[in-house]
Design a protein. Structure first.
Lengths: 179, 376, 169
């Protein structure tokens, strides 16, 4: 009986010790969990603004060519979708110039946020049947981004042009994702 | 047991005392949060141009005032909450916040108005183009609460007839700004006599604005004289011995938003008018110097191009040179006039300022048409 | 048997020791938690302020031609006018606008219209800061000069706005 009691007392003490150690481990775990929430992440709000401004800045920039339909990046993109596209400065086809400029600007802006991947997509708006427009999708950048199931930041804009009495409406999208 | 009772009594009294203090602290903390939210939302409206209803002032008891002394801000039991953007503020439990701008062609003087549900009643004393033009100009610079709950509506009064409900699909609803501006074109006031209609103004909803060729201190609300040939007139507020000089619609709107309410800082309409003019002086001063420097920079670049033979002397840009020089000179004159702290209190100074501002506006429009500058 | 009491005593002492460790741990954790919360809050306030100044600058009539498109002549006119900018946007911040053209920084000078310069800096001083960067455009009034006229040009650029951390004096 006495032996059993002393054995039980040992067990009781050991059980206490185990509970205490378990509590310490739990607390450490909770602290680490809280600390992980303290890590700063770029806010969603800011990144949405960044993506939208990036898209707008690229579209509004000059290409360096002064002929009509070639002055701005949005102009050469619209020209790329024409059934009869022209050459800017009589030298370079619209689509080539559009790809050149967008790639260059994406690379240059990419240096500001090196830990992101970018994809630039243009396609005709499906709601408007535009005559004289090519049915194609222009994709510039990391094309694998489009179908990846990861957290993305997307910004949208429209390019609207009237050409020979007919309205051209293009949807432009930029997708950003962390590397 | 005795010890236990004593300890319990001590503990209970400590908790009760702490809760009392804490509740008071909690209320102040809540007030502080609401004021910060208000300030953030005003800034948001200023940046985005999207109006909102702000009802958080109804959540807790507030005693709010607007103090125009530097830095201008909203005064409450929490002290003064300064405002980062210009806000014409009239306290109320539920306020409507909208942005607006005074378009000077070369610059947009932007502002935010935050005011509670209001019925702005015009009392035109004459049926002339000038009267209707003034009413339209004032309304253009008021908030547009179409589709929102805290409505700022407009109407007319003449004699004992109060005409407010003549808008909406059935023609029986109150008029928000957009619809009222359409209705003004019909020039359909109930008459052109002083308003004798008594209204229950317990919630301070009604704001009466008499438009007349001459005014004296009105028995209620505001009396606004028609502008003279310089575009300048006077505003008389009930309860104020002085009149205020207006040179643009925003001077009148400031007085309307503040109205004739008596506060510890004086008559609210007068205070907001002073606030508007001080902000105008601060901002236009900086803008005038910037635009003057800008005009000189562009002119010097054109001169260089002419000198180097890169630009023909009969080109359009060469023709812009004298316009840029004149523009820079006028901007410097504006800056000099407005540097006088009390410029808005002197009729002579106001006339000079208005004349110069009109001249610059016309000059800039000419520059835009000529292709010398872009439209702002 | 003989050691039963000593064993019990040891267990109690060890248990007590661990309980004390836990209590000290909790106190330490709460203190660190409060301090880091205060720092996080301070950072958040500075971040919010930087974001607010950024949003106001990209629509400011003193600097832009249209939203997110700065006018180079306005930018140059406002160089060396930090005091005036502080009246508009508050104190303790800086802003940098740079044209992205692959070139090194060529700072613009006040009072000089230079079509080669690509960097405008306002209110910069030494210190740690929290900043945000945003793509924008710069409209250059004198882009191309031809005999028959001047044609403006729009460049891709970025704006960086930072708020200095407040230091105790």
């Amino acid at each position: 009986m006495r032996l059993k009691n002393s054995f039980n007392i040992h067990r009781c003490g050991q059980a206490n010790l185990i509970v205490i150690i378990f509590t310490i481990i739990m607390f450490t775990g909770i602290i680490l969990l809280f600390l992980s929430f303290l890590q700063e992440r770029e806010s969603r709000d800011y990144m949405n603004l960044y993506a939208h401004n990036l898209l707008l800045s690229i579209l509004r920039s000059d290409t360096g060519y002064l002929d009509e339909g070639c002055k701005l990046v949005s102009d050469v993109i619209a020209c790329s979708f024409s059934l009869k596209p022209w050459k800017c400065g009589n030298v370079i086809p619209c689509e080539t110039l559009a790809r050149q400029k967008v790639t260059k600007y994406l690379q240059e802006y990419g240096n500001l946020k090196k830990n992101y991947r970018y994809l630039f997509i243009v396609e005709p708006d499906k709601r408007i049947i535009s005559y004289g427009m090519k049915k194609m999708t222009l994709k510039i950048g990391d094309e694998s981004l489009e179908n990846e199931k990861i957290e993305k930041i997307v910004a949208n804009e429209k390019i609207q042009k009237i050409e020979h009495g007919s309205q051209k409406l293009l949807n432009v999208k930029i997708i950003l994702a962390k590397k | 047991m005795v010890f236990g009772i004593i300890a319990a009594a001590f503990l209970v009294s400590f908790i009760v005392y702490y809760l009392q203090t804490y509740t008071g602290l909690q209320e102040d903390v809540q007030r502080g949060k609401i004021l910060n939210n208000f300030e953030m939302i005003c800034e948001d409206v200023y940046l985005t141009g999207n109006p909102v209803d702000f009802n958080q002032f109804s959540e807790i008891k507030f005693n709010l005032n607007f103090d125009v002394s530097e830095p201008p801000g909203i005064v409450s039991s929490m002290g003064k909450t300064p405002l980062k953007v210009m806000v014409l503020f009239s306290p109320g439990k539920r306020v409507f916040i909208d942005d607006g701008s005074l378009d000077m062609k070369w610059f947009k003087f932007r502002y935010v108005i935050a005011m509670p549900r209001s019925r702005v009643i015009f009392v035109p004393m004459k049926n002339t183009e000038l009267v209707w033009s003034l009413i339209e100009n004032i309304t253009e610079h008021m908030p547009d609460s179409t589709g929102f709950k805290n409505r700022i509506t407009f109407g007319f009064c003449s004699g004992n007839v109060l005409k407010e409900n003549f808008c909406g699909e059935d023609g029986k609803d109150l008029c928000d700004k957009k619809e009222f501006l359409e209705k003004i074109k019909e020039k359909n006031a109930p008459g052109f006599f002083d308003c004798k209609k008594t209204v229950s103004n317990v919630n301070g909803e009604y704001r009466f604005i008499k438009i007349s060729t001459s005014c004296t201190s009105p028995s209620r609300g505001l009396c606004v004289t028609l502008p003279d040939s310089n575009g300048i007139g006077r505003i008389y507020i009930n309860g104020s011995k002085n009149y205020l000089i207006y040179k643009d619609a925003l001077d009148i709107v400031s007085a309307i938003v503040g109205y004739d309410y008596k506060t510890i800082y004086g008559i609210a309409g007068e205070n907001l008018y002073i606030y508007k003019n001080r902000e105008f002086s601060k901002k236009i001063s900086i803008a005038a110097e910037m635009m003057s420097n800008r005009a000189i920079l562009i002119a010097s670049e054109i001169e260089n191009a002419l000198r180097n033979g890169e630009l023909d002397s009969d080109s359009m840009d060469a023709q812009c040179l004298p316009l840029f020089h004149r523009f820079a000179m006028l901007m410097n004159q504006i800056k000099s006039i407005i540097s006088d702290k009390d410029y808005y209190t002197s009729l002579g100074t106001t006339i000079t300022l208005k004349t110069k501002l009109d001249e610059i506006e016309n000059l800039h429009s000419k520059m835009v048409i000529s292709g010398c500058d872009y439209e702002i | 048997m003989k050691y039963k009491g000593q064993i019990q005593l040891m267990e109690q002492i060890i248990t007590l020791f661990f309980i004390i460790i836990i209590i000290v741990f909790i106190i330490f954790f709460l203190t660190v938690w409060q301090v880091s919360r205060a720092n996080v809050e301070k950072n958040r306030v500075e971040q919010r302020r930087a974001m607010n100044i950024l949003k106001r600058m990209i629509v400011s009539e003193y600097l832009v031609k249209e939203n997110s498109m700065f006018d180079d002549s306005k930018l140059t006119s406002m160089l060396d006018r930090c005091e005036d900018l502080e009246k508009l946007f508050g104190e303790n911040w800086f802003a940098e606008i740079k044209i992205i053209n692959g070139k090194n920084d060529i700072p613009c000078s006040p009072g000089v219209y230079d079509t080669n310069c690509n960097l405008w800096t306002y209110c910069k001083k030494k210190g740690n800061f929290t900043s945000y960067i945003l793509p924008v455009n710069v409209y250059r009034k004198v882009g191309w000069i031809f005999r028959r006229g001047i044609v403006p040009k729009v460049y891709p650029a970025y704006i960086k706005v930072g708020v200095y951390h407040e230091t105790k004096k």
